[in-house]
Design a protein around this ligand. Structure first.
Ligand SMILES: Nc1ncnc2c1ncn2[C@@H]1O[C@H](COP(=O)(O)OP(=O)(O)OP(=O)(O)O)[C@@H](O)[C@H]1O
Length: 332
């Protein structure tokens, strides 16, 4: 083949095929091409071969086209690695029932609303609530290449939760290693597009939490508490868990701060006031703001329409929290 003919044939190739071209020979009207097909699915190979045949069919010097697809065996044999999620934000609390899951959902939705690509993992294996909070109850994730594909929600936040894998109301009574295995499966799902993965940790400061933190190395952690139970002890315990796992604490959120009476609008403090801010100071970490105790937040959570997706002061409180977390991440 003259180099002129070879160069001409190369220019006829579609860009995607030209980028994978290993060699091209033209002999007695027969064009033989070797393409690197590493990573291409069967359907994509066929499409590429067809496009090459079509591109060269019109050339006067070509009577026959032969296409060989070579795959890099070492790459094909290597087990597929889970996609690397750039930044995991762990949302934890010293104890249960403080609104950790509610804050995790709304933080994820507010981050997505601000343009970030966010996923949400419900690592609360024994009491999963993210399917309900994001309105994805009853949906089942499919598995692809032995990894779970997150369930899409209408708030732009894909999610994986044990609630998607078990029957509603079914009690999960696993021992630690099984629970850790389940958390691993959720975290190693197809989070390929997620730039930030918000992880709703189980309440408390036990082994499952520590294993998860050490294995997946979150970029940072948010501690949620009500004003009253962020007596110093709870805050310190949660902070110690993150320190043991080598995870920096981004700050403390005070949830259920200030009850707004739906009738008269008067604000009262059933759980006290200022505890979390004082605790954050003592722990030498940031105070990330207050989310009021508002019946609308509970109602919207139960209905699967997260407050952060709406308008008003409470949505703005979550948007402000999301801004603080995004700024913190960007500054790293
Ligand atoms: N700011 C708030 N105003 C009103 N209700 C709230 C608020 N935050 C959370 N709740 C409600 O409090 C209850 C507990 O919240 P949530 O499930 O988020 O807590 P949790 O700390 O994740 O609990 P668990 O430890 O059981 O996982 C839910 O009914 C939720 O709707």
């Amino acid at each position: 083949m003259t180099s002129d003919a070879g160069d001409r044939l190369k220019t006829l190739l579609p860009e995607s095929a030209a980028a994978r071209l290993q060699s091209l020979r033209l002999s007695e009207g027969r064009a033989t091409l070797v393409l690197d097909a590493t990573g291409l699915a069967a359907g994509d190979r066929e499409a590429m071969e067809a496009s090459v045949r079509q591109a060269l069919a019109g050339d006067e010097a070509v009577a026959e086209v032969r296409v060989a697809m070579m795959a890099d065996k070492s790459a094909a044999a290597a087990p597929e690695k889970p996609a690397v999620v750039q930044k995991i934000i762990a949302v934890g609390s010293g104890k249960g029932g403080v609104g950790k899951s509610t804050v995790a959902t709304n933080l994820a939705v507010a981050l997505a609303r601000s343009g970030r690509k966010v996923g949400l993992v419900d690592a609360d294996i024994y009491g999963p609530s993210q399917a309900r909070l994001l309105g994805t109850e009853g949906q089942k994730p499919v598995a692809h290449d032995n990894r779970l594909v997150p369930v899409a929600s209408q708030w732009g936040v894909p999610v994986l939760s044990m609630a998607h894998l078990s029957d509603p109301g079914q009690a999960i009574a696993w021992r630690g290693p099984m629970a850790s295995g389940a958390v691993t499966q959720l975290l190693e799902g197809h989070w390929d597009d997620a730039e930030i993965l918000v992880v709703d940790l189980p309440p408390g400061t036990g082994d499952i939490q520590l294993t998860m933190l050490q294995k997946f190395k979150p970029a940072g952690a948010v501690i949620v508490s009500t004003p009253q139970d962020l007596a110093l002890m709870d805050a310190t315990r949660a902070a110690e868990l993150f320190a043991k796992g080598g995870v920096p604490v981004i700050g403390v959120v005070e949830n259920m701060a200030g009850y707004i009476c739906p009738h008269c609008g008067e604000v009262s403090d059933p759980f006290g006031a200022g505890g979390a801010e004082a605790a954050a100071r003592t722990m030498d970490t940031a105070f990330l703001g207050r989310i009021p105790l508002d019946i609308a937040i509970r109602r919207e959570g139960d209905a699967g329409t997260p407050t952060a997706a709406g308008e008003g002061p409470q949505a703005e409180a979550f948007a402000a929290l999301a801004r603080s977390i995004a700024d913190w991440l960007d500054s790293r």
